[in-house]
Design a protein around this ligand. Structure first.
Ligand code: MF3
Ligand code: CO
Ligand code: CO
Length: 270
């Protein structure tokens, strides 16, 4: 996700049927990668091993991973464990029973970026962790449900924020969703909080991500000295889900839906 930053001029690239077909392919690869990795997310595996597996998978597909080398990011995917909010760097860290981990992939398929993430349970997480993950998934889907031409970006943020707060959770404000297509991160910035009816008006043909990060504690984050890993300042748990969508005449198309139906854990039969 992008850092929430300066305003940009509000003119968005609008896409037609050929671009939708290209994004459908890229989104499908992202979703298949997240499906593929599911049975490997178990106690004892390292996040570096998950990165290796998906690096190999990309070779099989003949695609590359957007994050590798992006502004100096050193790995193929992001793995964000427990109080890591986003942009965790895969490494030697072993996953433990009871952890939650977000895996975020962005394959580039014929030049188009498909960006998606899911949070996974490692073994058996606490009741609190399971509730956070479930509500975070619901936040993503509530945000997606309001997308149609004529609605605003504020409507999306409002839907997400309302649901998170109703459960006593907080919405990360330091990172947001983003326009996407043949560029990884472009306008608009898609905030995960806001006021209904405010913000830019959504138009048919827009491509963007929605990717709420929801914390069990306070919203504040900080970046670790590696320059990437964002964590909750109060070390509370954080969860995230992300889809890439395209705005249609009467709603939106989700490009990154799981072919296996593994939308939210527990991922049955993995
Ligand atoms: N996939 C992330 C997003 O949702 C971006 C990762 S960029 C990286 O936008 F450099 F951190 F990998
Ligand atoms: Co994204
Ligand atoms: Co992503």
């Amino acid at each position: 996700m992008m850092e929430t930053a300066r305003r940009r001029p509000s003119s968005f690239e609008l896409h037609g049927p050929e671009d939708f077909a290209a994004m459908r392919k890229a989104g499908r690869v992202a979703a298949e990668m997240l499906d593929f990795i599911t049975p490997y997310v178990t106690p004892g595996v390292t996040t570096g091993e998950l990165d290796d597996l998906l690096a190999k998978k990309a070779e099989d597909y003949g695609v590359t991973h957007g994050p590798m080398g992006y502004r100096g990011f050193p790995k193929h995917i992001c793995t964000s464990v427990n109080h890591v909010v986003c942009h965790g760097i895969p490494g030697d860290k072993k996953l433990n029973d009871g952890d939650i981990v977000n895996i975020d992939v962005t394959p580039i398929v014929d030049g188009w970026y498909g960006d998606s993430s899911r949070t996974y349970f490692v073994g058996k997480p606490s009741v609190k962790a399971r509730k956070l993950v479930e509500v975070t998934y619901e936040c993503l889907m509530r945000g997606i449900e309001v997308v149609r031409p004529g609605a605003t970006l504020g409507d999306i943020g409002h839907a997400i924020e309302t649901h998170a707060k109703a459960h006593g959770f907080s919405v990360v404000a330091d990172f947001c969703g983003h326009g996407i297509g043949q560029t990884f991160h472009t306008q608009p910035n898609v905030m995960h909080f806001g006021e209904a009816g405010e913000g830019e008006v959504i138009e048919e043909g827009m491509f963007f991500t929605i990717e709420p990060m929801i914390n069990a504690g306070k919203a504040a984050t900080k970046i670790l000295p590696d320059g990437w890993t964002a964590v909750t300042r109060d070390r509370s748990l954080s969860a995230q889900f992300e889809h890439t969508i395209g705005v249609t005449a009467d709603g939106c198309e989700i490009f990154t839906l799981s072919p296996k139906g593994w939308h939210c854990p527990p991922y049955e039969g993995a």
